[in-house]
Design a protein around this ligand. Sequence first.
Ligand code: NAD
Ligand code: TYD
Length: 351
Amino acid sequence: MSKSILITGGAGFIGSHVVRLFINKYPQYKIVNLDALTYAGNLENLKDVDQAPNYFFEKVNLLEADKVEAVFKKHLITDVIHLAAESHVDRSIISPLDFVYTNIIGTVNLLNVAKNFWKENYDNHLFYHISTDEVYGALGETGFFTETTAYHPNSPYSASKASSDHFVRAYAETYHLKTIVSNCSNNYGPYHFPEKLIPLFINNIITKKSLPVYGDGLYTRDWLFVKDHALAIDLIFHKGKADETYNIGGFNEWRNIDLIKLLCSLMDEKLGRQKGESETLITYVKDRPGHDRRYAIDATKINKELGWKPTVTFEQGLSETIDWYLQNTEWLQHVTSGAYQHYYENMYSSR
Ligand code: NAD
Ligand code: TYD
């Protein structure tokens, strides 16, 4: 029997790449995108695939459990890939409760609906939960997060994601729901909302606005091209072992300031600007409270067990990403008008 897969958060950054991959690669599957279309959800992200016969969109908030249940019934959902979340650390510092509602209560609502809807036979259905490496907390100069690293979340965002991961495990243990969790490092690529470091700085370089570097700029992240994350999700969904967890990362650590300087030089070249011009926009600003010093994923398990590894280098992925933003100015203008201006003003004027 073919599958009817509910992908939550499919109008967001990573979700839109997963939806696109599944629509194109699996015409025999029904792909149902459930998304509340918050500030981060944008149907423009899917306009190249939204006419596909195997694609369906449902504008539903995870907090409305009865509507989530109606979507399961309408589409006879067989599996879930759960990406919908509030996803930005800085916003979580300002409004932690939004993260409790969507990331924790929203996830528990979805688990409850799946548990009730699939109760005849849990073995035939998978609840795949997409999480983050931030649940593990911060690393010092050395070491990596493995699947057995203890959870130690430091921000309201990572605390809410950690909580949702625990609920998924609890539903596997208590109710025998078949689940998988994967924890991925920082993604970058096309359709990334310009509140996160890379797209925000690309937009500011284009518009010659200052580049706000938090603290000393020596914070380190492990960056993965979003299409490689989508490929990992595809592989885990089809080949991953039930009730296991998989770490996904790029083996690609960058200190923020080094990454920013690379971005500036690539963009000077692509925009035909003078060498060094964009670097003059760099401005050190007040640090993020509770800022995690370093994240780094050990992705040995998914590599050894499922044969996954990134398909592009950072230079290739970053170059493709910058080209995408330079070619999609209309998309960028749409997402940076209106409410975005207010957000930017609020977030950065006091730094
Ligand atoms: P995003 O913010 O771009 O998209 C989130 C999507 O969820 C949006 O389309 C939004 O409309 C939707 N949504 C939010 N609240 C909802 C609700 N209550 N009901 C229904 N839909 C709702 O996020 P992203 O960066 O694409 O991240 C997707 C997932 O991957 C998240 O679970 C995140 O924690 C995880 N993750 C992200 C990264 C990263 O670097 N971006 C890394 C690892 C894991
Ligand atoms: P971000 O993209 O928000 O991802 P996360 O905090 O989830 O890792 O930030 C990546 C890094 O860049 C992080 O160390 C914070 C830093 N940063 C800045 O220096 N300036 C900014 O304006 C933003 C948004 C982030």
